[in-house]
Design a protein around this ligand. Structure first.
Ligand SMILES: Cc1cc2nc3c(=O)[nH]c(=O)nc-3n(C[C@H](O)[C@H](O)[C@H](O)COP(=O)(O)OP(=O)(O)OC[C@H]3O[C@@H](n4cnc5c(N)ncnc54)[C@H](O)[C@@H]3O)c2cc1C
Length: 419
């Protein structure tokens, strides 16, 4: 056997899974071998001076997972944008009005609600995290896969065969492995694109994640460590193309108006990009000698910033269940019982979060008279329901639901309503 486990896809989920499995298995399973192959080149150890355009909101629960992977200490402090407040409001109201919902780290008894981090910084930290069990194979794709009773065999595009007991598909929303294994998807195109850019704001962001539900989609201004904000504006695709085509002044003006001038006027400081938004849920995330994690298993609307966090939760559950199983000498990493347990643990939560994002997006942007208004009023109501609000915050912070106890119970950074 070439490796115990082969991971296809060296993005956030794939690298985190490989690093975490090594960390949870050590020192009980000497000789564990994991390969991660990625179509993209190796991640650079030193980040470019300019902050990358793609960023994600990382929850405190995901931070715990990244610490356990050995990756968190490698993130440059100057590239982590912590946020301590979150304000969500409706386009018919003001950010501090009756149709708004606010979360505060101090009220929740935690230091931060989350962190805005560049995709590339995260990948680089995970790529360069310490460890001896993980072999990184950049710049290569698999071409074929064959699964037998005892092993899975990949044929790489350069003709090399690669054998393992378990193959993990972490190859993103168009997953090659998912298709090669004949796993179907439930798909829901939103008819929206997310426009992203970084902007300088007249007023400081005050370590706050701002999100406004507009009549045709949500707009978020996320606080970067360097004082700027990162825009994620989900809007009908035709509008997104208009926004991409505007000159800088008109674009800044459009974002300023759409955000209700909550941070005053805004000036774009980067080029813009747009990503098509489609929800995609694999009908199953395991099968004979394979498992799917991260976007390969579920792609969701970015409105609540949960996509990468759900992927890290898959990572924590699968790595934990495998590490427990591998304590038995000679245990098979592709054991069907372990894979079924993973499927049971993650399916419900992943499907439920995806549906919740679709409902939220539809509710706020509904053409049905009264529904969008009711959704706006609902924000204000939730703001006064302490127990519900604390539950929502605990989930968003990654401290509740189907994750191992060490993710929920992280000493000094415990979330609200923690069991
Ligand atoms: C506009 C936008 C904003 C977002 N904001 C947030 C946010 O604030 N918070 C959040 O949690 N999530 C957010 N997300 C979602 C988040 O970006 C994704 O959920 C996350 O990056 C998925 O990680 P992944 O590792 O599963 O997949 P990917 O990051 O797509 O990684 C897949 C990897 O597999 C490799 N690969 C692909 N095909 C092959 C192949 N055939 N062979 C070998 N390698 C292959 C790729 O090179 C890549 O490295 C956002 C998404 C969008 C579009």
């Amino acid at each position: 056997m070439d490796f115990d486990v082969i991971v296809i896809g060296g993005g956030h989920a794939g690298l985190a899974f490989a690093r975490l499995l090594e960390s949870l298995c050590a020192p009980r399973r000497p000789g564990l071998s994991i390969a991660v192959l990625d179509a993209a080149p190796a991640a650079a150890a030193v980040l470019p001076a300019e902050v990358g355009l793609r960023v994600v909101a990382v929850s405190p629960g995901s931070r715990t997972i990244l610490e356990r992977c050995g990756a968190w200490p490698l993130l440059p402090a100057g590239r982590i944008g912590p946020y301590r407040r979150m304000v969500v409001w409706h386009h018919l109201g003001a950010a501090d009005g009756a149709r708004s919902l606010g979360f505060d780290a101090a009220e929740a008894g935690v230091e931060e609600l989350g962190y805005i981090i560049e995709n590339e910084a995260l990948r680089s930290a995970l790529w360069h995290a310490p460890g001896s069990a993980v072999t990184l194979l950049p710049g290569i794709r698999p071409e074929a896969v064959q699964v037998g009773a005892d092993e899975a065999c990949l044929r790489l595009e350069d003709g090399r065969p690669l054998r393992s007991r378990l193959v993990v598909g972490a190859d993103g929303h168009s997953s090659w492995l998912r298709q090669a294994m004949g796993v179907g998807v439930h798909e829901h195109p939103y008819g929206q694109h997310a426009v992203v850019a970084h902007l300088a704001s007249a007023r400081p962001h005050r370590a706050t994640a701002w999100q406004r539900f507009l009549a045709d989609g949500p707009l978020a201004l996320l606080p970067l460590a360097d004082g700027r904000v990162s825009l994620v504006w989900s809007c009908p695709s035709a509008r997104a193309h208009e926004l991409l085509a505007m000159d800088e002044e008109a674009f800044g003006e459009a974002v300023g108006n759409a955000s209700g001038r909550v941070l005053g006027s805004l000036r774009p400081t980067t080029p813009r990009a747009a990503f098509e938004l489609v929800a995609r849920q694999a009908v199953r995330c395991t099968g004979q000698r394979f498992a799917l994690i991260g976007d390969a298993a579920h792609r969701i609307h970015p409105l609540a910033g949960q996509g990468v966090n759900l992927g890290f939760r898959d990572v924590a559950v699968l790595a934990q269940q495998l590490a427990e199983h591998l304590r038995v000498p000679g245990a098979d990493p592709g054991d069907a019982v372990v894979l079924r347990a993973f499927e049971r643990s993650r399916r419900w939560e992943n499907a439920a979060v995806s549906r919740a994002m679709t409902l939220l997006n539809a509710g706020f942007a509904s053409p049905i008279p009264g529904l969008a208004t009711a959704a706006g009023l609902g924000l204000g109501v939730v703001d006064h329901l302490d127990v519900l609000k604390r539950r929502l915050a605990a989930f968003a912070m990654g401290r509740q639901g189907e994750v191992p106890a060490w993710v929920r119970d992280d000493g000094g950074r415990r979330g609200p309503d923690h069991p």
